[in-house]
Design a protein around this ligand. Structure first.
Ligand SMILES: C[S@@+](CC[C@H](N)C(=O)[O-])C[C@H]1O[C@@H](n2cnc3c(N)ncnc32)[C@H](O)[C@@H]1O
Length: 261
């Protein structure tokens, strides 16, 4: 795929993430997630053929709670990971943060409808400066969020800071199209079919072209694992999901032994 600006027929277009500064990237992300809220869940499930639900469930099944019994869901958006975790771990309390109030409003509605308001709290906050003391959570999750953060090292360090020693980070993220399967099948899907679906269903289809661009320029798994190491995460693992379309990265904080079992 190329690095041309992402264009859209209705006039709106976003520059490629490779050609802009961090502040402009963050401003663009804020605008995008303020404008795609209405159809976000619907399009997420449609465009991933509902695999996104299975990917979040896969991550939640690997979470362990042993000290604070609290999970932080960073970039929670419409709270799908937070809800999945609350359902999968009945004794646990979940805090979801996101900087887009429009996404949080949808998430809050879903939490209330499912009777989970006692156990999930949402807060408007920036992942770059998490408003929690060190060692507040047994687990931190971030699903399809880190790609949208230009300063990923800072985001990873913040997430590590708020984990208890031995606590673990769970990052779900799409892989960039480097494998043969990606190039043969998924890249054409992203470049041709996804924009058409987005144009049909979204009021801001350019946002979905940004999505393709941001996936394309996300680091390959070895580079992302190296970034996790730089941020201080040990016991790093990667699971490749659905033919490598998505990765789950896990890393543990502190020198304590990883909690499993
Ligand atoms: C693709 S959505 C993912 C939402 C959700 N985690 C999911 O699994 O569907 C990315 C989210 O990241 C949020 N986001 C991006 N940068 C952020 C930042 N620096 N701080 C907080 N939220 C951020 C956006 O507002 C958006 O809701």
């Amino acid at each position: 795929m190329d690095t041309e600006p992402t264009k859209e027929a209705n006039g709106k277009n976003y520059p490629s993430v490779t050609g802009i500064g961090r502040d402009e990237h963050v401003g663009m992300v804020r605008e995008i997630f303020a404008t795609i809220t209405g159809r976000y869940d619907f399009l997420n499930h449609l465009l991933s053929l509902r695999r996104d639900i299975a990917w979040r469930r896969f991550a939640v099944r690997r979470m362990r709670f042993f000290s604070t019994f609290r999970l932080l869901d960073v970039a929670t958006g419409t709270a799908d990971l937070a809800i999945e975790a609350a359902k999968g771990h009945p004794g646990v309390h979940v805090m979801g943060i996101d900087f887009a109030p429009e996404m949080l409003a949808v998430g809050q509605r879903k939490i209330t409808e499912r009777g989970l308001a006692e156990r999930i709290r949402l807060l408007q906050a920036d992942a770059m400066t998490l408003p929690f003391p060190d060692g507040s959570f047994d687990a931190v999750g971030i699903a399809f969020g880190i790609r949208n953060m230009p300063d990923r090292l800072r985001a990873l360090r913040e997430m590590r800071r708020v984990l208890v020693p031995g606590g673990r980070l769970f990052v779900l993220e799409m892989n960039s199209p480097r494998s043969r399967l990606w190039r043969g099948f998924f890249a054409p899907y992203l470049n041709r079919i996804l924009p058409v679906i987005a144009r049909l269903f979204s009021r801001n289809p350019a946002a979905y072209l940004y999505l393709v661009d941001s996936i394309t320029h996300f680091p390959a798994p070895p580079a992302f694992l190296a970034l996790m190491e730089e941020a201080g995460f040990g016991n790093r693992e990667r699971y490749s999901l659905t033919f490598g379309i998505t990765s789950l990265y896990i890393g543990s904080a502190g020198d304590n032994e990883e909690k499993t079992g």
